[in-house]
Design a binder for this molecule. Structure first.
Ligand code: ADE
Ligand code: ZN
Length: 335
């Protein structure tokens, strides 16, 4: 069969949203090296091996080191702006961006200041015509129930205009089953009008995905791909119309699957699960959003209709306001 996959320039031009991407994963290595030299801090390993991760646990440790270097509001605002410039370059019209306060050691106990510094960068970028961003403030899987509730109560009291959702990320393989631990925090988030997005089915299996739906009330699931291990969980996702934010290159880089052939994304799509494509941690894992579309379109032989449907899901499943979603959808219809 001839390869009719859309080309990279057309995928850059594809109007789309990104709904699973971490601010912690957007550091450029050269910037980290510069900040480390200024702070007289040793790099965690030699420059040539800086981005060689042995798996999720090693990757999360690296995030603590990298985020620890961003200790001024100016650095946070610059990261926020650089993220919006990346969206513009990639033809991404909107992003839900995850930020996990536990990684940012200089801001512990100063969450409001962290949010305000990022917001300043996003606001300025938006005024300059760059794409809009909503923040998903994230718990770490290893936090306690009390810490989770404390965070949500702050978010509920502030109703910060930049914050659209509560999230939970981190390593379920080391934390174990924590759905019950976070149920109360997610319930309070829902009551406060926050949307809910949950990392599951990456370092946990299908049971983690079921807990995300049944215990945490997830509107959306980050990764979720290991739902494929239990047909009943796949059926649950289809029945509830819950979208997965899938990150193929991240799953390969962090060893969740050995190859795209082994990756269940196409089988999930064909089973009727709603999917979007995402980068997860673009700079650190070497992914771009048009690159993820190109990789999958080539590998799975997707035509324009399939690509358009995935982009539409990315917009519909995003936590953008209705006007932003409608404007992006209209642009997608004209693609
Ligand atoms: N934080 C940043 N990237 C992550 C991932 N892939 N899984 C869990 N937590 C993360
Ligand atoms: Zn993620």
């Amino acid at each position: 069969m001839p390869n009719t996959s859309p080309t990279l320039p057309r995928l850059i031009a594809l109007p789309k949203a990104e709904v699973h991407v971490h601010l912690e994963g957007t550091f450029e290595p050269a910037l980290l090296e510069q900040w480390a030299i200024e702070a007289r801090q040793p790099m965690p390993r030699p420059r040539e091996q800086l981005l060689q991760f042995s798996g999720l646990a090693d990757f999360l440790d690296f995030l603590d080191w990298a985020c620890g270097l961003a200790h001024t509001p100016q650095r946070l605002a610059a990261l926020a702006r650089a993220f919006c410039e990346r969206l513009q370059r990639d033809g991404t019209g909107y992003a839900d961006l995850i930020v996990n306060p536990t990684h940012w050691s200089a801001w512990h106990g100063r969450l409001r200041q962290l949010l305000d510094a990022l917001d300043a960068g996003f606001r300025e970028a938006e005024q300059d015509g760059l794409p809009k961003v909503g923040l998903c403030v994230s718990l770490l899987r290893t936090q306690t129930a009390a810490q989770a509730v404390e965070l949500v109560d702050l978010l509920a009291a502030w109703r910060h205009p930049r914050v659209v959702a509560l999230s939970v990320d981190g390593n379920e393989a080391t934390a174990g089953r924590t759905g019950p631990r976070f149920a109360e925090a997610f319930r309070r988030a829902g009551r406060a009008g926050l949307r809910r997005t949950v990392h599951a089915g990456e370092s946990s299996g299908a049971d983690g995905v079921r807990d995300a739906v049944e215990l945490l009330g997830a509107d959306r699931i980050d990764h979720g791909v290991r739902a494929m291990e239990d047909p009943a969980v796949v059926a649950l996702l289809v029945e509830r119309g819950i979208a997965l934010g899938v990150c193929p290159s991240s799953n390969l880089a962090l060893g969740v699957y050995p190859s795209l052939d082994a990756h269940p994304l196409e089988r999930l799509r064909q089973a009727g699960v709603r999917l979007s494509l995402n980068t997860d941690d673009p700079s650190l894992l070497g992914a771009s959003l048009p690159g993820e579309y190109a990789l999958c379109a080539d590998h799975f032989g997707w035509d324009d209709t399939t690509v358009r449907a995935l982009a539409q899901t990315s917009i519909d499943a995003s936590f953008a306001d209705a006007d932003t979603r409608a404007a992006l959808s209209a642009r997608l219809a004209a693609w």
